[in-house]
Design a protein around this ligand. Structure first.
Ligand code: SR1
Ligand code: MG
Length: 419
C-alpha cells in the first residue's frame, strides 16, 4: 500500500503501469500513453489516459473541495462510496453507467470506461441540442435503481447492510443537508447570487411557508432512508450522445427518499428551460427546444412511473407490501391501491426536492452553467427570477401539484413579462 497523494499526469502513468486491467486496455508501453487532467467539477481530479490501443478515465478524489480549496477538507472515502454505488447501478440498470475497470480505495481512485464521443448533458442543454432517448433512459434508470435498491426488492439483510454501508458517507450528506436545504434560505457565508437579485432573495428568505417547506424536505432527506439514491443527479452527472445516456459521479450516494434523485433531475431540466432566454439568438428562437425540455420533464416522470409500476407487479420480493398480503390472497386491487399511495408520496417529495434544488443553484454556493453562462446580467436575472418563482411554488404546493400543473406553471411563468 502506498500513501495517498494526488496524482499528476506523470505520477499517474507510473501508478497505472502495473495494473492489469489498465494494461489490458492501453498496452504496457506507458511512454506511448497520453495523460491529461480534464476535471472541471467541484470536487475531484479527472484524467483521460489514451494509448494507440484505447482510452480510459481515472477519477481521483482530492482531500478537499476543489471548488473552494484546502480550507474545506473532504474525506477521500467518497471514492469508496462512488465505487460501491457504480457497481450497484451497473447491476440494477445494466449499461447505463460507465464500466469500472479498477478501484483503489487507498489512492481514492476509480479507473473506468472513457465515455467518447459523449458530452455532458448540461452542455447540450445550453447549446439547444436534443437527445431523443434521454427521458426514456433516465426514467428507466430512476425506476430500476430506486426500486431495486429498496426494501421493495432487496432481501432484508442486504438492504440493511447497504443502509449501514452508505450511512458512512456523512461528509457528502452534510454538504447536501447544508447547501441544498438550509444555506439558500439565510445569509450563509458561502452563498452568492447575481447582483440585482437582492429584492427577490430577501422576499424568499422572509417567506415563512417556503422556509417551513424547505425544512420539511430536509427532514425527509435525512429521515427517509428508502433506497440507494445517486445523490447528485443533475445534468452535469449525465453524459450523452445522439443515442446513448450514461449516468456518472454517484459519490453523494446514500440511503434517502425515492423522490430525491427525481426531483434533482427535473429541477435541472427546468433550470435549463428557464435559461433558454439567455442563450437564444432572438426571442422565441429556442421555443422548440423549450418544448422539448418540458417534454423530457414530463416523459422522465411518466417512464419512471410506468417502469416502477412494472417492477412493483413483477419484482416485489422485499419486506414491504408483501404479495402474501395482496396478490397471493387474490387481492390485486389492494396491491394497486398501495402502489398508487407510494407513487403519490414519491411525486410529492420529488416536487419538494425539485423546488429547493432550483433555489440552491441560484442562491447558494454551487450554481449551474445554464444560468452562469448567460452573459447579459439582465437576461440572467429574468431567468433566475422565473426559476425562483417555480421553485417556491413547487416546494410549498408539493402535496397538490400534478404533472400537468407542473408543466402549465412552468409555461405560465416563462410567458410572464419580467423585463
Ligand atoms: C461543495 S460541493 C458543491 C456541489 O457540487 C456537487 O456536484 C454537489 O452538487 C454539491 O452540492
Ligand atoms: Mg459530481
Amino acid at each position: 500500500m502506498t500513501a495517498y497523494a494526488p496524482f499528476t499526469a506523470e505520477t499517474l502513468r507510473a501508478r497505472l503501469a502495473d495494473v492489469p486491467a489498465v494494461a489490458d486496455r492501453l498496452g504496457t508501453d506507458t511512454a506511448a500513453w497520453a495523460v491529461r487532467e480534464v476535471g472541471d467539477g467541484n470536487l475531484n481530479l479527472v484524467f483521460v489516459v489514451e494509448s494507440p490501443q484505447g482510452a480510459l478515465v481515472v477519477k481521483q478524489a482530492l482531500p478537499y473541495v476543489r471548488l473552494v480549496g484546502d480550507s474545506w477538507p473532504l474525506p477521500l472515502a467518497r471514492s469508496f462510496f462512488e465505487y460501491n454505488a457504480l457497481i450497484r447501478h451497473a447491476a440494477r440498470d445494466p449499461g447505463r453507467v460507465p464500466e469500472v475497470y479498477h478501484h483503489d480505495p487507498d489512492q481514492a481512485l476509480i479507473v473506468m470506461r472513457c465515455l467518447s464521443p459523449h458530452v455532458i448533458l448540461r452542455k447540450s442543454v445550453i447549446a439547444g441540442v436534443e437527445h431523443p432517448n434521454l427521458a426514456r433512459d433516465m426514467g428507466l434508470f430512476l425506476a430500476r435503481t430506486l426500486f431495486r435498491g429498496s426494501n421493495l426488492s432487496l432481501p432484508a439483510g442486504q438492504a440493511k447492510a447497504d443502509l449501514a454501508l452508505f450511512a458512512g458517507n456523512v461528509a457528502l450528506a452534510d454538504i447536501t443537508e447544508n447547501l441544498v436545504f438550509s444555506d439558500p434560505y439565510f445569509d450563509a457565508p458561502m452563498n452568492r447570487h447575481t447582483p440585482g437579485l437582492e429584492p427577490w432573495v430577501a422576499r424568499l428568505r422572509a417567506d415563512r411557508d417556503l422556509k417551513v417547506a424547505a425544512q420539511a424536505m430536509k427532514h425527509a432527506f435525512v429521515s427517509k432512508a428508502e433506497t440507494l439514491v445517486h445523490g447528485d443527479l443533475h445534468s452535469g452527472s449525465i453524459m450523452v450522445t445522439a443515442e446513448d445516456t450514461q449516468v456518472i459521479d454517484p459519490e453523494f450516494a446514500l440511503y434517502g427518499p425515492f423522490g430525491f434523485d427525481i426531483g434533482m433531475l427535473l429541477a435541472n431540466f427546468l433550470l435549463g428551460y428557464f435559461a433558454q432566454g439567455g442563450h437564444e439568438a432572438a426571442p422565441g428562437a429556442r421555443d422548440g427546444f423549450r418544448r422539448w425540455l418540458l417534454d423530457v420533464t414530463r416523459q422522465t416522470w411518466e417512464v419512471f412511473a410506468a417502469e416502477f409500476a412494472r417492477l412493483w407487479r413483477t419484482e416485489r420480493r422485499g419486506i414491504l407490501y408483501q404479495s402474501s398480503l395482496f396478490e397471493d390472497q387474490g387481492d390485486v386491487l389492494a396491491a394497486e391501491q398501495a402502489l398508487q399511495g407510494v407513487m403519490a408520496g414519491i411525486w410529492a417529495d420529488a416536487m419538494g426536492f425539485c423546488g429547493v434544488e432550483m433555489h440552491r443553484r441560484i442562491l447558494g454556493l454551487a450554481h449551474v452553467e445554464d444560468l452562469e453562462s448567460i452573459a447579459d446580467p439582465a437576461r440572467r436575472m429574468v431567468a433566475e427570477r422565473r426559476a425562483l418563482a417555480l421553485g417556491r411554488h413547487l416546494a410549498v404546493n408539493r402535496a397538490t401539484i400534478t404533472l400537468d400543473g407542473l408543466i402549465a406553471t412552468a409555461e405560465r411563468i416563462e410567458a410572464e413579462d419580467l423585463a
